[in-house]
Each structure stands twice: as C-alpha cells, then as structure tokens.
Design a protein around this ligand. Structure first.
Ligand code: X2X
Length: 333
C-alpha cells in the first residue's frame, strides 16, 4: 500500500513535470543522446540543464534527454548528430577523433598528473585548439568539456599489477585508434567495442577486461561481471557536449545564449559530481566484492616509451598540438 502510494506520488510528479506551467508549446524540440546510464552524473546534470532551459526560454526550447544508448551506440549517434537526425550528444574526444583526429590528444597515456592539470589544459589553449578543429568538422562543441575521469583497468581473470600482466590480455577498448595503439603498445590484445555492448561482452567473456573511470564501473554495474580493479589512471577522458552545427547556427542568438549558459554550468557541476564519485566509490565497489590494487605507473609509461608510442603520436598530431599538450603536462615521452 505504502509502495503504491509512493509510486502514485512519483507518477503524479512525472505528470506535473511533463506539463509545465507555461502554456507555450516548444518551438524547438531537440534530442540529446548519451551512452551512459540515466543515474550517471552526466545525465542527471543534462536533465537539470534541460529543465533550466525550458524554464528560462518559457518553454520555447525543449531538450529531451535520452541516456543509455537509447538513440544508438556512439558510432550511430555520431553519424546522427552530423546529419541532424539528432541535435546533441556527449562524446569522448577519443571516439570523436575518428572524425576530428586531434580530439584524442587528451588521451595520451599518463600525460596528465591530476584534475588541476586537466582543467587548465581543457579550459585553456589545448581545449580551444581542439574545439576549433571540431567546429571545422561541422559540429558545435560547447566550451566546457564534461568529465569522464581517469581510467582504471578491470578484469574478470586477474589483477593487472605490472606491464607484463597485460601481455595478450583481451581488453575491450572504445572505438578509437589511440585506444587501440595504447594497448597494443602495452602488448595487450585490444578489441574495439562500443559502450552499448560492453556489459554483455564482459558477461559472455568475449573479452577479459575493460578500462573506465570508477563512476562508470559503478553506475553501469560492471562490478557484476568484473572481479579485479587495477588503479592505473592510464589516461584522462572527457566528453565534449556537441550540437549539430546547422541546427545550432539556425537557433536565434538569444536562445543560443540561454542554452550555452545552462549547458556549460551543468558541465562544471558535473565535473564536481564525477570527481566526488570517482574518489569515493572504491569502498562501495569493494563491498560488492571487487579486489583493488595499485600499480607503479612509471613502469607502464616506460613500456609505452620503449614501444615508440609517444614519438608515433607526437608525429601524428604535429608540433603545434603536441606543444599545446606539453605546455600543461610538461615534457612527455
Ligand atoms: O565507452 C566508454 O568506455 C566510455 C563510456 O567511457 C566512453 O564514452 C569513452
């Protein structure tokens, strides 16, 4: 009875939320998609931004939030946001690099030391350089990149303690040349798989492991199909909040200003949420049975260097972009 009353209250709440006080029907009904579960801070904050935008535009702009690959995998959504079939998506810069090569640069192995270095670079000249390239590809990137975090390796078979443990290790990586290159340089056996398929690929043991920030291990319940977590922090990954360029340019200036203001503010709030989650969730994951270990990052970095990883990517990005990265990280490789 109590449960039903609560469920009733919830659906009443939802009905009220769906029929806002302003009578105006939306002039712009726009769709946003992401690959993450609805409970991840990225979607919680995207929903809050959509609410604030509906309110401040008096209902003229209605952004509908579709989490959890409802609109397709990252690869599908990227082609949809390019064609205008959807209006917005969040996408890892590394995956976006299949279209905009320099967008993977923040994922160079062991480049950033901490969050402070990351935000200085991404809110500074490195981020501006990448956004310029994204714009040239016909997409509008909002100014503040959203956080995914430093990535850690999980496994169902064994902990990864040293670079030698990665030899032949079957690991899922997102669809991106940099990810494949990084794990090949570490002598692992990477398989490119969209996030939409990761849980089932781990469950059916198509791959032994994967790598993601702890907030994702938690919210996507990867702990159900993974036993070990090795704290490698091997790269930092973030989500560009992207709009279809034509749609964005057609939006009246006053509406552009309101939308950008709320999306960028939500991005900053999301960074705080994600940092807190990534830093606090280890205890909870241990409670679910995961076994954690630390690694000597220098040993992994040395293996990458020996494999020619840094010199290869320095050449690919070219001197200008590489100098912008090293401006924030210090000399690499
Ligand atoms: O696909 C992943 O692993 C994820 C969710 O971290 C990204 O979007 C890059």
């Amino acid at each position: 009875r109590k449960f039903l009353a609560q469920a009733g209250a919830l659906s009443l709440g939802a009905a009220i939320a769906a029929k806002p006080a302003f009578a105006q029907t939306a002039e712009y009904t726009l769709r946003f998609g992401s690959n993450l579960p609805a409970i991840h801070p990225l979607n919680v904050r995207a929903n809050a931004a959509a609410d604030a935008i509906r309110k401040e535009t008096n209902g003229r702009v209605d952004i509908q939030v579709h989490p959890n690959n409802q609109l397709g995998s990252d690869t599908d959504m990227l082609s949809q946001v390019r064609s205008g079939a959807i209006d917005f998506m969040t996408l890892s810069g590394l995956i976006l690099s299949t279209l905009v090569p320099v967008a993977s640069i923040n994922g160079i192995g062991f480049a950033f030391k901490d969050d402070q270095q990351v935000w200085a670079a991404m809110d500074g000249e490195l981020g501006a350089h990448v956004r310029g390239a994204i714009q040239k590809a016909g997409l509008h990137p909002f100014e503040k990149i959203w956080d995914n975090g430093f990535r850690q390796i999980t496994s169902s078979t064994k902990p990864i303690a040293t670079p030698a443990d990665l030899k032949g290790f079957k690991i899922r990586v997102p669809v991106s040349p940099l990810w494949t290159s990084l794990f090949k340089s570490l002598d692992a056996a990477p398989a490119s798989i969209n996030f939409a398929e990761v849980y089932s690929a781990l469950q059916t043991k198509i791959v032994e492991g994967q790598e993601n920030p702890l907030a994702i291990v938690q919210t996507a319940k990867l702990y159900e199909v993974q036993k070990y977590c090795s704290l490698t922090s091997h790269m930092w990954d973030g989500f560009w909040f992207l709009a279809n360029g034509k749609m964005w340019n057609k939006l009246p200036k006053d509406l552009q200003t309101i939308v950008a203001k709320h999306i960028n503010a939500a991005g900053l709030a999301q960074r705080d949420d994600v940092r807190r989650l990534n830093n606090s969730v280890e205890v909870e994951l241990k409670g679910k049975g995961m076994v954690f270990n630390n690694v000597d990052k220098e040993a992994f970095r040395a293996t990458l260097k020996k494999a020619g990883f840094y010199s290869e990517w320095q050449k690919k990005y070219g001197p200008e972009a590489w100098a912008l990265l090293e401006k924030y990280t210090g000399k690499l490789g």
